[in-house]
Write a protein that binds this ligand. Structure first.
Ligand SMILES: Cc1cc2nc3c(=O)[nH]c(=O)nc-3n(C[C@H](O)[C@H](O)[C@H](O)COP(=O)(O)OP(=O)(O)OC[C@H]3O[C@@H](n4cnc5c(N)ncnc54)[C@H](O)[C@@H]3O)c2cc1C
Length: 413
């Protein structure tokens, strides 16, 4: 990117500043580039580094071709769920479960953006973002980094106070957030933390047609844990040990479970690890940052993560598409994507998991035992009908979920 990076130290002014060029920042940039009425707007995008690596794999489901369909590396039309005494394969139609490599996503959008004269790049660590005149948001905001600053009519920030692929930093953040709160009064905050390996076997061992979405036959760590296995072909798969809990583990502990699982599942078969990823995704409804004109938060910082599952990619797309639509129409910016009754269901499920009222393995087993994958996918995408919601809820014990629902309602009132 070096030829496009701004080295000017004067305070330049832009229509839009995108602070953070990750999943959300680049999604927003993508939709801005697609919008014919906004293609002449000046945009500055800032990140610590534009030298992107393949630091994450994005999986999501949808019915139709996604905006990034050309980047989809693999898709599955069957998923499976496993727990003690329970093995179920479920066709996902009309949905497909899809995988995009982070690096393909970053490169594709950055390559396109680099060819546009209205888009400018600044490689720097942002130190501060401030409103220029709090009484008059239309004056915009100022973004400062070491040795420079810029003004933007609107600033879209995805700068989390921790990095999701630095487990200890993430854990320290949630501890600081809850500091001084007694365990009874803690608002639910779990980490979805994981370590994944892309393993390459010498001989065929995988059924490449089936994505093993959750295999709970792994150490539960006193919480909810499962193995996630996505085969790319019959010899290669992403295998990820995932836990929903308050505390992250040491790296060696994920590795120990991964080693034991692969040895048990594929006895005697040899493999090499070609890629690894780690992450800690916040599962919470605690607001991580406020969002207000002219500084709007997007992505993980902007509450795009679904609190009960950790899935975010599709919600980030919805959030960024909506923002561009609102800019296009001159409407006030509204960034919320989980403001429906589904946000309430998330709160209830999170409460049950956080307070260990029922094990996650049992909850997901019951949901998938009694419902089609498509109904569950709709429910988890916030697009299910009330009738479908009731159907999902009937899979779960009222004696546990009703008190949790009442508690959430009381907390909200
Ligand atoms: C390993 C991993 C795998 C995931 N897999 C999935 C998945 O399969 N499906 C799904 O739906 N979700 C997944 N997620 C969750 C979510 O989709 C991603 O975390 C997504 O990247 C969030 O986008 P974001 O823009 O909010 O954050 P990020 O993508 O992390 O982007 C933030 C950007 O801000 C930059 N930045 C931060 N601080 C500064 C600073 N001070 N100055 C300048 N730049 C800064 C960073 O360098 C980064 O580029 C995954 C997350 C991780 C960590």
């Amino acid at each position: 990117m070096s030829n496009a990076i701004n080295t000017n130290t004067e305070v330049a002014s832009y229509d839009y500043i995108i602070a953070g060029a990750g999943g959300a920042g680049l999604s927003l940039l993508h939709y801005l580039m697609q919008c014919s009425s906004l293609v002449t707007k000046s945009i500055l995008i800032i990140d610590k580094s534009f030298n992107k690596t393949n630091d994450r794999t994005w999986c999501f489901w949808n019915k139709d071709a996604s905006v990034f369909e050309n980047l989809v590396q693999h898709r599955w039309n069957t998923i499976s769920i496993h727990a003690q005494g329970f093995d179920k394969e479920l066709p996902t139609a009309p949905f497909s479960y899809k995988m995009i490599q982070g690096i393909d996503f970053y490169n594709s959008i950055l390559h396109n953006a680099k060819s546009k004269s209205n888009i400018h790049f600044q490689e720097a660590t942002i130190l501060d973002i401030t409103v220029i005149d709090s009484k008059n948001p239309s004056k915009g905001a100022k973004v400062d980094w070491e040795g420079g600053s810029a003004m933007g009519g609107y600033v879209f920030s995805s700068l989390l106070p921790f990095q999701m692929n630095q487990l200890n930093a993430a854990a320290a953040y949630s501890n600081s957030l809850q500091a001084g709160t007694s365990s009874n009064n803690k608002a639910p905050f779990l980490w979805q933390h994981f370590k994944g390996r892309v393993v390459q076997f010498e001989k065929p061992v995988f059924n490449k047609a089936i994505a093993k979405l959750m295999d709970f036959n792994v150490p539960q760590q006193g919480a909810t844990a499962f193995m996630y296995q996505l085969p790319l072909n019959d010899k290669e798969a992403l295998v990820e040990y995932t836990i929903f809990s308050e505390n992250v583990l040491g790296i060696a502990e994920y590795d120990k479970v991964l080693d034991a699982y692969l040895a048990k599942e594929f006895p005697g078969a040899t493999y090499t690890t070609t890629h690894q990823e780690i992450g800690a995704i916040p599962m919470t409804q605690i607001e991580l940052a406020s969002t207000q004109a002219p500084i709007y938060t997007i992505g993980a910082l902007g509450a795009a993560i679904k609190a009960s599952t950790g899935y975010a990619f599709q919600f980030i797309q919805e959030q960024c598409k909506n923002i561009v639509d609102q800019l296009d129409k001159g409407l006030p910016i509204q960034t919320k994507v989980h403001n429906t009754r589904h946000g309430f269901y998330d709160a209830v499920l999170l409460d049950v998991l956080f307070h260990h009222k029922m094990e996650g393995a049992e909850i997901f087993k019951r949901i998938f035992a009694k419902n089609k994958a498509a109904t569950v996918f709709k429910f988890l995408s916030n697009t299910s009908s009330l009738l479908e919601d009731i159907q999902i809820m009937r899979s779960l014990p009222t004696s546990i979920f009703l008190p949790a629902a009442i508690k959430v309602l009381l907390r909200r009132s």
